[in-house]
Design a protein around this ligand. Structure first.
Ligand code: ACO
Length: 399
């Protein structure tokens, strides 16, 4: 029964559901998630099949359009994205240059996404499907350029323009790492691994960031501003920021011998095992399984990340410990992804940015769905627990 129907049956009823533990926020045809069974599907396709056989751009098409593209549609889509990879030069020279030299790239990304709104005033017309589609393409195309620019700025390296002869993921790697002309030659194994990670992160139904996108979008704010709010939510350590925290945690544990003491501290309430637990998954996160397999392929190229042994030991100890078993705490997508990013050379500060880049496809798809459903503005009620009405007391009469 929907809340609306319930209110008609019992006038005056309100449902209290702090943190939306049991609320279905919307009807959505995008992503299916069965947390007990450890199942994730985009538009009906199992995540395992997409990770093995698809590419990020094809998955982005699938999310946005609802169906897999045929060859001609995929080519047109790829060309459309390539057309929009550049950032306005003022954006880079004037806007990004204003940040402090050691600004966190996630903070830069959040502000940069909102600032993009000022370059595309037509985006305010959220009711026109053609305008919406243009912004969707722009956002998927430009966020990797923005993300790489944030990194290059924060390490004092010159900005690298997009190379549209490369694939989506290779182009991002080029903008991150290119140091010499004529072009950056990406390692195919690493480029594919990153593409798989991008597929796994593309959407995850009504998570905290997507809720922010939908909430701001429901007020008909333009999609750049709404996505900036979504990215802000993602930056939190309980959400996308967890991948950065996992690496910091592994580094602070330092050695496999210290794992039992660390787990004892977690059980005593002295902190969390970052990268473990999930609001919806009460079973192994299916994305984490694929990330773990992807790690093996990456380490073949880069050499083994020494922190991997600590992560494996943590998983082994946690999964046989009653504290974690009884609470159904399993590794989530963030537990192993940071190890891959680190092995590939990404600084820890970029980890959440690497989550945000592919999640843009999910955000814009939810935004589009919300507008197509003509959803009302999100406006929950509250249980007021404050003071009763009382009279104002002039300052001189207050003790
Ligand atoms: N380490 C230790 N204990 C944990 C952890 C953890 N990672 N996660 C949950 N618990 C415990 C809680 O302390 C609580 O114990 P209690 O019943 O004795 O009080 C119990 O498990 C239930 O946890 P909640 O916090 O109520 O679960 P909730 O669904 O609200 O939180 C969350 C989910 C935020 C993901 C949580 O598991 C967590 O903080 N994990 C670590 C951060 C993390 O990895 N976040 C990434 C999530 S995936 C993503 O956003 C992409």
């Amino acid at each position: 029964v929907s809340a609306d129907e319930l209110r008609k049956l019992i006038p005056g009823i309100w449902i209290s559901d702090p943190s939306f533990m049991t609320t279905a926020l919307a009807s959505s045809a995008i992503t299916y998630l069965d947390g007990e069974g450890g199942v994730l599907r985009y538009r009906g396709y199992p995540i395992e099949q997409l990770a093995e056989r698809s590419s990020y751009l094809e998955v982005a098409y699938l999310l946005v359009h609802g169906e897999l593209p045929d060859a001609a549609q995929l080519q047109t889509w790829t060309d459309e994205i390539r057309m929009h990879t550049y950032l306005h030069d003022n954006f880079r020279k004037r806007f990004l240059d204003g940040f402090h030299y050691d600004a966190h790239p996630m903070g830069m990304l959040v502000s940069g996404m909102a600032a993009l709104s000022t370059f595309y005033p037509e985006a305010k017309d959220v009711t026109d499907p053609a305008v919406r589609r243009r912004q969707i393409i722009r956002m998927i195309a430009k966020v990797p350029t923005l993300a790489a620019a944030c990194h290059r700025y924060s390490v004092g390296m010159p900005f690298v323009y997009p190379d549209n002869s490369l694939s989506f993921t290779e182009n991002f790697l080029s903008m991150m790492w290119k140091v010499a002309e004529p072009r950056y030659e990406p390692d195919p194994v690493l480029a594919r691994a990153l593409d798989v990670l991008f597929i796994l992160h593309a959407d995850h139904e009504q998570n905290c960031g997507t809720l922010a996108m939908r909430t701001v979008g429901s007020a008909h704010a333009d999609p750049y501003i709404a996505a900036s709010a979504a990215a802000a939510a993602l930056s939190g350590p309980l959400h996308g920021g967890a991948n950065e925290q996992v690496l910091r945690m592994l580094a602070s544990i330092g050695h496999v011998d210290n794992v039992p003491a660390f787990i004892a501290d977690v059980k005593a309430g002295k902190g969390k095992l970052m990268g473990f637990g999930h609001r919806v998954y009460k079973n192994y996160d299916p994305r984490a399984k694929i990330v773990k397999q992807t790690a093996d392929a990456v380490f073949e190229v880069t050499g083994r990340n020494p922190l991997l042994d600590i992560a494996l030991k943590l998983e082994e100890v946690a999964l046989s410990d009653e504290y974690f078993i009884s609470r159904k705490l399993y590794p989530n997508v963030d537990f192993y992804s940071g190890l891959i990013y680190q092995a590939m050379g990404f600084p820890t500060e970029m980890f959440t940015v690497l989550f945000a880049i592919p999640r843009v496809a999910g955000w814009v798809t939810h935004w589009q769905e919300l507008l197509e459903q003509d959803a009302k503005i999100y406006r929950p009620r509250q249980l007021y627990v404050g003071r009763e009405s009382r009279d104002y007391v002039p300052l001189e009469q207050r003790s």
